[in-house]
Design a protein around this ligand. Sequence first.
Ligand SMILES: O=c1[nH]c(=O)c2nc[nH]c2[nH]1
Ligand SMILES: [Zn+2]
Length: 432
Amino acid sequence: MIGAMTRIIRGVLMHAPSSPFHGPGLEAFSDGGLAIQGGRIVAVGAFVEVRGQYPDAEVSDLREGVILPGFVDLHVHYPQARIIGALGYRLLDWLEDHTLPEEARLADVTYARALAKDFLRGLLKNGTTTALVFGSHFAAAMEVFFEEALASGLRILAGLVLSDRNLRPELHTTPQRAYQESLSLARKWHERGKLRYVVTPRFSLSCSEAILEVCQQIQKELPGTFFTSHLNEMPEEIATVRKLFPWADSYCQTYDRFGLVGGHAVFAHNVYPQDAELECLASYRSAVAHCPCSNAFIGSGIFPLRRHLEAGVKFGLGTDVAGGTGFGILKEGLMAYLTQRLLPEGYLLTAPQLLYLATRAGAEALSLQDEIGDFGIDKAADLVYVKPPRGSSLEAVLRHAETPEQVLGAVFTMASEADIAEVFVDGEERLM
Ligand SMILES: O=c1[nH]c(=O)c2nc[nH]c2[nH]1
Ligand SMILES: [Zn+2]
């Protein structure tokens, strides 16, 4: 049935199907074609060749901008979509005075549903088609979140957030309730469409050993579920965790003791890892969500990117809204670049590496590299069309760019939400 129900997207195509940290990585087509059937990519290459394979296909001409794979956000908080931009805090007072009061409002399901819509729209408008989402402490808020996520068509991994100490009473659960509510949500939503369930203790600072045991139990009962939490974000936080878990040699061990460091685990931040913690993460093939805007915004510090690379720890990018500054993964790429420049031992990131971190590395962190992350054959046709408005400064720069690296460098440096002209999820336009 070659040619039937096929659509070709024509334009400047760029993707990073392999790691540009270990080879060239970038593949670009200045007049490319990407053929889609049933939401899947069936051909990619020079337009004339793809057109030759599918002569009857409908062609969408998107030659005024750049087409990239959908972005992957490895760490973003649903309850915090409306509280971005609080200046002047550090992590622990930001949580107590600014963030947890807002999270308590999700006890109201009507509020939670409206917020879920704002949140999912925020992802889509910024070109994020897959996200590992930090959820709410309220099971009813997670029910409506999953309903909205399913309707959005986005690939969303999320779960009920668990804590039983050091937050505020409304946000605390008990081990028994945590077990029952998590299992019930996971049984209903895990692997429903593109949704996946994520076991989510907030961070060791707010969890008893009994809660971490419950997390282990849930993962045993539901193999294939994911795991996420925070790790080594700030010195004050790390010192408190040390006091709460005197038997642990490291923050990472507070999770490892309960079997929570595994191949389906993503830890946010890891700004201050010990060497042994990097070895532990690498040996389990766990991943790290690097959130450079958040790390700067709440003053956490600069991510030791080179040490992660050298230790062989997988990492991708996260916006960490609302410790972060917005839903834009492109901005995270730029901030990763800028913060590394400021470190004497910083890693000089290239444009192809930023693209990889924004797309394929996120897919690998979630073990979804066979499904998303680049334009490989049979993958979901999740695409972002970056097309700056006529007369904008980015448009002028792109018009004069001579190489794919220059184009990508300008996109990461200058593009924002206003430049995301269209987002395709499973081959369908989602922004109008
Ligand atoms: O950046 C962060 N945002 C949060 O909401 C949070 N909770 C615990 N640790 C955290 N770090
Ligand atoms: Zn976070």
